[in-house]
Every structure is written in structure tokens, then in C-alpha cells.
Design a protein around this ligand. Sequence first.
Ligand code: DC
Length: 222
Amino acid sequence: MKKINIAIDGPSAAGKSTISKKLANELNYIHLDTGAMYRCAAFKAIKNNIALDDEEALCEMLDETNIRLTVDGLVYLDDEDVSLLIREDEISKAASDVSKINGVRTKLVSLQQDMAKDKGIIMDGRDIGTVVLKDAELKIYLTASCEARALRRYNQNKENGILSNDYETILQDIKDRDYQDMHREHSPLRKADDAIEIDSSDLSIEEVVQKALELVKPLVEE
Ligand code: DC
């Protein structure tokens, strides 16, 4: 079977990571959650008292930073397991803030493109189909209503033992973050012209995975 690259973009909490992970398992591909990289940048900046809009300091910090994503979904920042810490609501907001900075994007995008050289990668984020992997063989734009996404994030937080915010606050955060991610100057979130949109509001995870697999099938057959 031919190996391809798959780009999955969409707003926060649309299920990109969950779907990408399952697809990667089915296809024996590598999954790269690029949002985790922006979250690591935000987490380390906060820890080091670096302002989230200080481009020079953020870039210097990233030059001295090692981010490692394991195949089983763990995230290591300079060898510390931060998998759960970076999922806090405060970090979600901060990640959106640092992702506006062009220098930060340039550094992370270059790392991401490097990892996709050998094909067989599923990358999820906001700019994968439009910037990082413009030539990906399959581009999916995964979306869902704000309410469905807020409910998922609320339940996910509960499962992870993160009980910081109620549903209404999460819903407002999601709306604010959508606005910020879609209206920033550099690489705003948008559907690539050649991406296929899947609305997951009323679909189960399995249904979305099946839809995606149907799109993959003709592309990998030799
Ligand atoms: O997917 P996520 O919620 O973990 O992403 C966190 C933030 O990082 C999100 O608000 C936007 C930003 N991001 C980005 O700008 N580009 C990407 N490829 C991935 C995430």
C-alpha cells in the first residue's frame, strides 16, 4: 500500500486528536498533534515568566527547548512529562496567544515539516492543510457546533481530573478561541480549498473514523 500524508484541521475540541489517533492506529501511521507543540511553548513561557507576546524571548526559549511526542500520545517538554499539565484551560488560552506570533510558528512549522518527510503521517492542527503540508494527499476539515465541542471538552476535563471550569465558561472560551484562531494575522484557521469537511456534531467517533477511512482507501491503493 502507498503511504500518504493526511492533514486534519479544524477548531478546538472538534475531535481532531481523537480521530487522528484512531486513524493512525488503523493505518499504522504516526500521529502528530501539533497543538501540543504550541501548548508546550505556552506552558514553558508561563513557567519562565516570558510574556506571551515577546517574540524575541519566545524564539530564544524555543531554541533551547526539546519537545517530544511519543507514539502512545505522551508529551515530553525538556524530558518532563507534561501530557496532562498542558491540557489545563489556562494553557489552552495561552497556546492560542503564542500561536499568533510569527517567529513561534516558523520554528514549529519547520519541525513539523521535517517530521513528515517520509510520509505515513497524520498531522492535526489549524494550518496543516493550508501551510504545513500543503501537498498532503488527503486534507480533512473536521468541525462541530460550539455547543457539541464545549460539552466534549467539559467531559474530557472531568475524565482527566481537570475540574477548573463549568460548561458555560468552556463554551465562551471555545467561542473566543475560535475567533482568535480564525482572525489572527499569520496562518489563521481556515478550510483549505481542497479539504473535505466533516461535521462531527451528530456523529460518533467511530462514524467519523469510518468516513475518514473511506476517503483514505482509494488514495493508498496501488
Ligand atoms: O489543538 P489545540 O487546542 O491543542 O491547539 C492549541 C492552540 O494552538 C490553538 O488555540 C491554536 C494553536 N495551534 C495553531 O495555531 N496551529 C496548529 N497547527 C495547532 C494549534
